[in-house]
Ligand binder design. Structure first.
Ligand code: BG6
Length: 321
């Protein structure tokens, strides 16, 4: 009904905290990285996001009474669990976003926000990722309301955007025929880049991870604006560059990065609701996405990113599970 109602009682007020720390590994870390943008944008709340295996060995100053959120599909990842115990010693409120409600991380948390994605069969997390994003999106909206950063009207618009995600994901799945033929071309590459800005940056990192993990092709994700600071040297006509660029306020900036790639004969695969013409450079392929509220871009754009990795792996004969 246009509002986020958390199915749990939080033992703290979002209005009283000064910072959230998000800790996780692998794909769950990238879901947390997307959430950092959301908490900052919609709740005006500073967020640190950290790889659990680094966090536990750092001396990150934590203010007692602040909140640490642990994201994990299995709820058993050793580094995430160890960082949870470290955060508890530092007086943090412990919130976990887990898929397995009976897991160690769930048991050791003050509050569990379940992802309810059902059993994740494959090693490479996919549906758990989008479910983690959904839960974190709801938490960001709830934080935004509690902190007065979002009005009721703004909340309604964000909730409506979330409600539209299932239909948008169906549309994105219907575009499967676009990524399937690309798999043959990608399978011939030994290196690939994924680029994105804003929430598309962590999604680019996730895209590169999925491709590596499933197809064994080397891939790196980069913030589009960081391209010029080194990785552009890698680009030539053997290097596919997947650009995740929804047609939002950041698109023009990313388009100029695409033009830099095109000037080096990089083979651009654009995933965007913008037309090919708007890229103003040569594209090898364009996966034409439906348009949506910018808030939900990472949820829906995850679908073609996962399908690219999936079809490349299937084409190469590697075991996607
Ligand atoms: C890795 C998996 O080993 O663990 C990733 O390959 C996963 O897919 C990561 O994201 C973290 O796992 P979990 O269960 O803590 O989310």
């Amino acid at each position: 009904a246009g509002r986020v109602e958390l199915p749990i009682q939080l033992p703290f007020e979002f209005a009283d905290i000064s910072r959230i720390s998000i800790l996780a590994c692998g794909t769950a870390y990238f879901a947390g990285f997307v959430a950092k943008y959301w908490f900052e944008t919609y709740a005006n709340l500073p967020v640190d996001v950290d790889i659990a295996s680094e966090f536990r060995y750092r001396a990150a100053p934590l203010r007692p009474g602040d909140v640490s959120i642990f994201v994990s599909q299995s709820g058993e990842t050793a580094d995430t669990l160890a960082s949870l115990r470290h955060a508890r010693e530092k007086g943090q409120h412990i919130v976990s976003v887990v898929n397995v409600a009976t897991s160690s991380i769930a048991r050791d948390s003050d509050v569990v926000v379940p992802t309810l994605a059902g059993p994740e069969i494959g090693v490479a997390s996919t549906k758990a990722f989008t479910a983690q994003l959904s839960v974190l999106a709801c938490l960001a909206i709830a934080a935004g309301r509690a902190r007065g950063a979002l009005s009721a009207i703004q909340e309604r618009a964000l909730v409506q955007a979330l409600n539209e995600v299932p239909q948008l994901m169906i549309k994105a799945l219907e575009l499967e025929h676009e990524s399937e033929p690309l798999a043959r071309q990608l399978s011939e590459s030994s290196n690939m880049l994924f680029l994105g800005r804003g929430t598309s940056y962590p999604l680019a990192l996730e895209g590169a991870l999925k491709l590596k993990e499933l197809s064994y092709i080397h891939a790196e994700g980069y913030a589009a604006g960081e391209l010029k600071h080194g990785p552009i040297a890698l680009i030539d006509d053997t290097c596919p560059v997947v650009v995740i660029a929804p047609h939002d306020h950041l698109f023009q900036k990313t388009a100029s990065n695409m033009q830099e790639v095109a000037a080096r004969k990089g083979r651009i695969i654009l995933i965007s609701d913008a037309t090919r013409e708007r890229a103003a450079c040569a594209l090898e392929a364009h996966i034409p996405m439906p348009s949506m509220h910018p808030f939900t871009n990472p949820l829906v754009y995850a679908v073609p990113v996962q399908l690219l990795a999936y079809h490349t792996a299937v084409f190469m004969g590697t075991d996607v599970d």
